[in-house]
Ligand binder design. Structure first.
Ligand code: 4AD
Ligand code: MG
Length: 429
């Protein structure tokens, strides 16, 4: 019977065959312990010399990442966190690997990134991708269960929602085109057709930032809701993030353990999240001795981290100054210097996970903001149409998938959260 490692619990006491790779091996004169992996999980295979000396010698000669069919009896094993192991009775080598570059010793990040196509097989990297996969699944579950429809926004676009400095330019036959920075503007059109929608696609920023939070290509989940004001949108955001944390904790136990993640932090991600205004956050920073920042400046990571450390949950910083935010954000009626927006800041220095706002719904005001921002009005004619024909208050936000994965996994750098990260100066592999 051919099974996979994750099916092992159902086959205790039975002889099965598993197509697998050798992750690592250790042994003594009498026993060989094979750490097997098959994509679905990790399990130990034990080869006993006294049972079969020839087999023992085959096991002893196996190299890391050799592929093989391993046959044996599944047994319970309370010492491992998986809980099962195999008493091996047969090994059929498919391909004997030689000189696998990623050995159990420590390697530098550039070396690992050069070997990303292989590094993905490592226990921790496998765990991070499992968590990414869970977040993707839970995202679809959450939005579909809550009456949202998925509207796919284009990747090749003619407009720039998040400013013109970070655009990837390309030719679209004879026209100029840009890789999508955000699906938001299209999601807004979708919301006027379907009420509650979300986009979930790749986005691109030609940012010359080399930080642990920045990727050149990342995936964003962008819900957009008609008839929702900014506060309504904050409630969706905190419920969504709470739902993600709950599902990662429930379905990724072994992965979180493999990563050594402190799960109490994740258990604490429960709505509602505290809110602090930008203006109060500036004051808080001054109290904490940050004299370098003035009202009107954008926060850097040390500022965000300091603000996050003042709370025991993720925190919304609301109502930033208009000048440092995007053109489409509604003016805050209580303080017209600011806009109705929020950034959700994660604890532990993971920074901004979500950016969102209520959108301008008035035609004239939006047109003026487009012009003020130095954008080409012609490219936004379709977007302005949404304010011409049945405009309604609406709000939305964007969650960066890789930042959420980094936060939940506890890995320090977003480069470990994308299968093939695109970083400043890295397009390979
Ligand atoms: O704050 P941003 O730029 O907001 C938007 O794009 C809005 N159009 C979203 C919306 O309202 N629909 O980006 C949103 C999120 C950030 O909070 C962050 O999590 C992530 O996207 N993000 C990045 N992640 C990795 N690398 C980068 N360079 C990122 N830039 C933004
Ligand atoms: Mg932002």
């Amino acid at each position: 019977m051919k099974i996979t490692i994750n099916q092992a619990p159902q086959y205790v006491g039975q002889e099965v065959t598993i197509g697998s790779w050798l992750l690592q091996k250790r042994g003594s004169g009498k026993l060989q312990f094979l750490q097997l992996r098959d994509g679905t999980g990790f399990m130990q295979g034990v080869v006993v010399k006294a049972n079969d000396e020839e087999l023992f010698n085959v096991a002893k000669g196996l190299n890391q990442e050799t592929s093989m069919y391993v046959t044996g009896m599944i047994k319970e094993d309370e010492r491992s966190s998986f809980g099962y192991e195999m008493e091996v009775s047969g090994i059929e080598i498919i391909q004997s690997a030689e000189g696998y570059p990623i050995t159990p010793k420590e390697h530098g990040p550039e070396f690992l990134l050069d070997n990303r196509h292989l590094w993905l097989r490592s226990r921790k990297q496998h765990a991070v991708m499992n968590i990414r996969n869970q977040i993707i699944k839970s995202t679809y579950d959450f939005y579909f269960e809550n009456g949202f429809k998925k509207i796919d926004s284009p990747i090749l676009t003619s407009s720039s929602p998040e400013g013109t400095t970070e655009l990837f330019h390309t030719k679209y036959f004879d026209e100029d085109a840009y890789l999508s920075q955000s699906g938001q503007l299209y999601a807004e059109a979708g919301a006027m057709a379907h009420g509650k929608v979300f986009t979930f696609g790749p986005t691109f920023r030609a940012e010359k930032s080399k930080t642990r939070r920045h990727l050149i290509e990342f995936w964003m989940i962008e819900p957009e809701m008609a008839f929702y004001n900014h506060e309504d949108s904050l409630v969706v955001q905190e419920q969504y993030v709470e739902y993600l944390a709950k599902n990662v904790l429930e379905h990724c136990k072994l992965d979180l353990e493999a990563l050594g993640r402190d799960t109490t932090v994740l258990e604490n991600i429960k709505a509602p999240f505290p809110r602090i205004s930008y203006t109060d956050a500036i004051e808080l920073l001054h109290e904490k001795g940050f004299d370098d920042i003035q009202w009107g400046d954008d926060f850097g990571s040390p500022h965000e981290t300091e603000i996050a450390n003042s709370f025991d949950k993720p925190v919304f910083i609301v109502n930033y100054p208009k000048e440092i935010k995007s053109f489409y954000m509604s003016t805050n009626p209580e303080d017209p210097r600011t806009v109705l927006c929020a950034d959700l800041i994660a604890p532990e220095g993971y920074g901004e996970i979500i950016g969102g706002s209520e959108r301008i719904s008035d035609y004239d005001e939006l047109k003026e903001r487009i012009i003020e921002s130095g954008l080409n009005v012609d490219a936004y004619e379709w977007y302005l149409d949404l304010r011409k024909y049945g405009s309604v208050p609406h709000s939305g936000f964007g969650l960066g998938l890789e930042r959420a994965v980094a936060w939940f996994s506890g890995v320090q750098h977003v480069r470990e959260t994308a299968p093939f990260p695109r970083l400043l100066n890295r397009l390979y592999p």
